[in-house]
Design a binder for this molecule. Sequence first.
Ligand SMILES: Nc1ncnc2c1ncn2[C@@H]1O[C@H](COP(=O)(O)OP(=O)(O)OP(=O)(O)O)[C@@H](O)[C@H]1O
Length: 600
Amino acid sequence: MDMSFLAMARRLPRTALRAFTLAWAADRRALLSVLAAETGQGAARAFGLLATNLVLVELFAAGPTPDRVRSALPSLAWVAAAGALGAVLAAWSTAATGALEPKVERLATVRYLRRAARVELEAVEDSEFHRLLDSAQYGAEAARRMVGYSVGVLNALLALVAAGGVLAVLHPLLLPLLLLIALPRGWASVRTARRRYQSFLAWLEHARARRVLAELITSREAAQEVRVHGAGGFVLDHFERMAARAEAEQTRLARAEAVTDVTASALAGVAAGATYLALGLLLVSGGMPLAVAGTAVLAIRTGTADLGSLVMQVNLLYEQALFFQDLERVSEEAERRAIPVGGAAVAERPQLVRFEQVCFAYPDRKAPALHQVSLTLRQGEIIALVGENGSGKTTLAKLLAGLYRPTSGRILWDGVDAAELDREQLFDRVALVSQDFHRWPFTARVNVAIGRPGAPDGDDRLERAVRHADAHAVVDELPSGWSTLLARQFAGGVQLSGGQWQRLGLARAHYRAAPLLICDEPTAALDPRAEIETFERIRRLADDGQSIVLITHRLASVRHADRIYVLSRGHLVEEGTHPELLAAGGHFAELYGMQADQYR
Ligand SMILES: Nc1ncnc2c1ncn2[C@@H]1O[C@H](COP(=O)(O)OP(=O)(O)OP(=O)(O)O)[C@@H](O)[C@H]1O
C-alpha cells in the first residue's frame, strides 16, 4: 500500500516504460506508427494556431475590409491544411492503436499465464498468492488500456506544448496562468483514482467471495443440492447481503468523488477568472494588441481543454498503472516461487527411490502431515500405502512425484537428492492417477492423450492405453466416439459417469508410460468386477518394469504388493508383506479385520 503521491509519481514513468517495452515487443511497427502520428498531430496543431494568429493579425490590421480578408487568405489556407493533416494523422493513430492494443493484452496475458503455470504447487495452494493472481487478472487488460491512455497523454501533451508555446510567445504571463487553471483538476483526478484503487484492494476478497457465491448458484456441481436441499435460497441471501455492502462502498466513493470534483471546479474557476482579468488589464493598459489578445483567448481555450484532457488521460493512465503494477508484482512473485530449472539428470528408468526420515508440514498447518518417514521403492515393485483418512498417504505421493519438497529429510533417486535433480525430468518419470485427476473439458481423445502431450505414435499408443484401462466400452458408447466432447456445458458435450471417467483417467496414466506410476484410489468409482480387473492390470504393469505406488482403502487389493506401508497420523507405523502384517496382528490386521467382517 505504498500509495503516497510522490511514490506513485516516481514509479509512474518506470511503469509506463515497462508498458512501452511490452508494446515494443508486441508490435514495434504499430507502436512507431502511433508515435509518428501523434507527434505529427502536435506539430500540425501548433502550426495551425500560429497560422490562426497570422489570420487575426491580417484581419485586425488597418485598411479596407476586402483587402484585409484577401491578405488573410493564404494564412487561412495554412490553417485548413494544418487541420486536414491533423485529421489524417489522427485516423492513422486510431488504426495503429487499435492494432496494437489487443496484441499488448495478449502478450501480457500469455507472459503472466506462462509464469503462473510454472510456480510450485505450494504457491497455487497459498490463498495469498491466489489473491495476487486475482488482482493481476485486471493487469493484462490494464496493459491494453495503458496503450490507449499513453497515446492520449502524448496527444494532449503535444497539444499543450503547442498551445503553451504559442501563449508564451504572445505574453510570458499567460503560460503560468494556464497551468494554474489545470492544477486543481489534476489534484482531484489523482485523489479520486487513488481512493478508487485503495477501495479495490480493500474489497478484493469480498468481491472474490461474491463471485464464488454467484457461480455456485449456476454451477453444475452444486446444481443438485441447490435444488433438493434448497441451498440456492441460502446462497442467494448471502450474495444479496454482500452485494448490499459493496453498494454502500460504491455510494461512499461516489460522494467523496463529488465533493473532490466540486472543490476542484471552484478552484479552477477562480484561476480562470484571474486569467481573463489579467488579459483584460493587459488590453486596457495597451500591453497587448487586440489581434494578439484574440489569439491568446483562442490559445487559452484550447490550452485549458488540452490540459483538462491531459489531466484526465494521466489520471486514467495512473489508475491503469496501479493495476498493471499488480501484474508486475504477481510476475515477480511467480518468478520467485517458480519451480527451479536445471539440475542433475534423472535416469530414464530409475532403479531405486528412497525416502530418508522425510518430514513435511503444510505451510498453514502446525502439525506435520508426515513425520520421519523412511521407505524404499525399487524398479518393477509395487508398494502400497494404507491408513486412515488424513494419515498422510496422498501427501507422501505428492512428495514422491516432486510436487512438494520435504521440510526435512531427503528423497533420493538412485542415490541423488531430489532437491538437486532436474524437476522437469523428475516429473517426466512420473504418471499420476490421483483421487482428483482432472476431467478436462476436451474430447475423449484429448482426455487420454493429454497424459503426454506431443507423444509421437498417436493412435497405437492410444489403442494400447485404452485396452489397458478397458475404456473401449466407454468410448464405443459415445455419440461421436473419440471426438466426443466431454463437457456437458458446451453444445454436443456429453456427461460421463464417475466410473467411466476413472477408466479414462487410468488410460491417460498408461498413455503417459512413465517408469513410476502413482495410483491414488484408482478404483474408488469402479464396480466390483472392474475394480478387480484394474488391480490385476496394475499388477501386470509392474511385471513390465514399471514401479507402482498404490494408495487404497480396499485392503484386500493390496495382497499382491511387494511391500505395504501403514501410515497413521503422519507416522509410518508398520511395514511388511500382506501375510506378514496380518500375522503381526497390528494396525493393518485390525483395519483388514474390520473390512473383512462386513462381508461375513
Ligand atoms: N493442500 C493441503 N494444505 C494443507 N493441509 C493439507 C493439504 N492436503 C492435505 N492436508 C492435510 O494433511 C493431512 C494428510 O492429508 P492426506 O491427504 O495426505 O491424507 P490421506 O491419507 O491421503 O487421506 P485420505 O485417505 O482421506 O485420502 C490431513 O490432515 C490434511 O488435512
